[in-house]
Design a binder for this molecule. Sequence first.
Ligand code: HAM
Length: 433
Amino acid sequence: MASSDFARLPGFRDFAPDEMALRRHVFGAWGRVARRYAFRQYDGPPLEPLELYVEKSGEEIVGQLYAFTDRGGREVAMRPEMTPSLARILAERSRAMPKPIRWFSTPQLFRYERQQRGRLREHFQWNVDIVGEAGVSADAEVLAVALDGLRELGLGPDDVRARVSDRRLLAAILDGLGVSPDDHVAAFGVIDKVERQPRERSLERLTDEAGMSSAAAETLLSLLEEGDIDDVRTTFGDHPAVGEALDGFEAYLGLLDALGFGAFIDFDLRIVRGLAYYTGIVFEVFDARGELRAVCGGGRYDRLLELVGGQPLPAVGFGMGDVVLTELLRDLDRLPDVAPGVDYFIAIIGDDLRPRALDLARQLRDAGSSVAYPLKSQAVRKQFKAAENEGAKRVIVMAPDEVERGEAVVRDMESGWERTVSLDRLVGALEGE
Ligand code: HAM
């Protein structure tokens, strides 16, 4: 069998220690920020009933499912996103829980995507959701968590932008433009693609698929391209649903300002989100240079819990993917140095001293330090090379003459400074520094 028969599947990743250290760096920031905002961690199974995703997630994700029939004849799917699982978990238990529910998770998700930069077939996603609060304060809180997570990793408003919109506002605008409610889904579909298709094609699709007049389609496209909140108010101010949606939206922006994230936010009606369940404010966070896919996406989904058989509860949340985020951090040179680093390397000169060296290693490890030593007899030069490879901060040299006197030489690898320390007091003396 050729070795390539065992190659990793396309779109999947191995995490050798360096990559694993970066993953831990990102997960560490996510966990710290979630806790600062009083979210509690949960998880669910990676395999779910296929039905959980059909209709609820929308065509795009359903077309990318890893789905199969299990040995018991059940139709199952690897989870492509966490939100339906969250809805399912809460459908079973939310009645007895105090609201709002603030939960976060970092699941590994699976989507059979066409491979391109930032898209893999497996990724980790930070999910943060508030369930049981319908007001915009919950919408502001979750976007603040997302942006603080990025800030924790060293990204500011010059690096990432949150593009925010509201599906209710967009629906009210469509209504103001005479689009029948039956055609809203089709119009949303075209709007979702506006940035990725030529303007002429968008105009054509808005008239063909959403039944809009050319004039209405033109007004809509201009608003999408450069409209700010004032333009929307001027054009549709008299429409009560637009006015109501705008008031809520402005309150939301005010809260984000108060939370310290105003500088990250851009109003952008082109953000509708591909997933089927969103019902209100929606957002996506992108790199400011616009080179990568979205780092994060989310919004309000007030009907999903009911759809999976739970009590009707309003909900809002987001998912932030590790793939795009790590690429962005790498592009901006904000990833930490992940070179290994042990506290001590014990160099053993002469195998007779090995038991003494191992005893010292045990004492240092018991005191909480990380310690490595050569697993076989080696020349001193090689041992110092190994210490360097381990990123050792100090090398303790166990040599016959010194050990005979009850001492060892300790070298600080950064400064090169050496001193002789009594073996009896070595652990206490070094640990105390
Ligand atoms: P989503 O927009 O499908 O939302 O995914 C959120 C983020 O996950 C994306 O912005 C992207 O960074 C990352 N992502 C998605 N697919 C891939 C992929 N194939 N490869 C790499 N990264 C990917 C959701 O999944 C919603 N369930 C989020 C949510 C939570 N809404 C409310 N609560």
